[in-house]
Design a protein around this ligand. Sequence first.
Ligand code: KG4
Ligand code: ZN
Length: 358
Amino acid sequence: MKKDLIFLGIETSCDETAAAVIKKTKSGKVKILSNIVSSQEKIHKKFGGVVPELAARTHAEKINHIIKRAISKSKCSFEQLDGIATTAGPGLLVCLMIGMTAGKTIANFYNKPFYGINHLEGHALTMGLIKPIKFPYLLLLISGGHSQFLSVNGIGKYKRLGTTIDDALGEAFDKTAKILGIKFPGGPMIEVYAKKGDPQAYNLPKPILNRSGCNLSFAGLKTAVLNCSKKIKTKKDKYNLASSFQNTINEILKVKCQKAFEMFLKDQKNLKDLNFIVSGGVASNQSIRKNLKKISLETKFNINFPPVGLCTDNAAMIALAGILNYQAGKKSNIDISSQPRWPLDEKAPFMKGAGLIL
Ligand code: KG4
Ligand code: ZN
């Protein structure tokens, strides 16, 4: 018998301590009852990046309070929950363990099903918080730790079509920001700088643009930004370099998306609806959104982005992934341990380093 489902989600894989309560009604409507995110941005700023030990300590200090706030805001009790979903990986081991311990304790105490969720699956399914998702769809996941094209064929059915062979796109944004003297995490500020600059001012490289399918590479671009930055004299030069960097990313994504569309269509014959979802922190970037919308329109793909606030790390996406796993008949997996490395497509080959590209 169908019934409303309410799940608590917990997320501590990196530098956001987050908890959320999500309800999926028996008619299929998804409601975000609460979504609490506590960012550690200020703590890590002075170090220029996330310090794992410090992040874990902060998660440990905050987690109880954040979960309590999420429960209280949702106006549900722990007893009313139908399950607990917690990010089990990938991420920083010491950070994952804090959320996992909290989630498993609640699940054990209240005797509820527990789901250890792949963080990337959370990003992959985020759009479901806004409207029902139809499988299959092409996913571009662009975050601080990952950049991948995936064919999403159902819950637990992910086929990686392409990935970065070095830096993730968010990492490239953050490193470019650091080079320009913007404090961590500078990705969002690059977008602000880019608006004030000339996108054609610098001619930057587009690594592996016309080879290796829809695999991506950003390390060479970052080195080029570093070299150009040495000749920078004015604030305007900084804006120009940020703008040229973002423009180069857009040009790379244009070519790689077209390649990914081809690969997706080759796999999926006779599809009526061509759906393309873009998620992860970098999907908040308005210039990238505009560029990808244009490419999709030209190729008849319906593109969707989660709202900006749900692109970056949150626990609402983890709770939803828990509900969808539960509904797909996946078993509660309370014995799962934290997994720092956990590819979404377990069959896809490891792809780090230029030597691995075709
Ligand atoms: O998904 P997310 O919150 O965390 C990971 O799972 O990695 O993504 C964070 C990344 C950071 O690298 C951040 O700089 C980048 O997303 N980001 C942006 C923007 N907003 C966040 N990059 C470019 N433009 C933005 N507006
Ligand atoms: Zn993430």
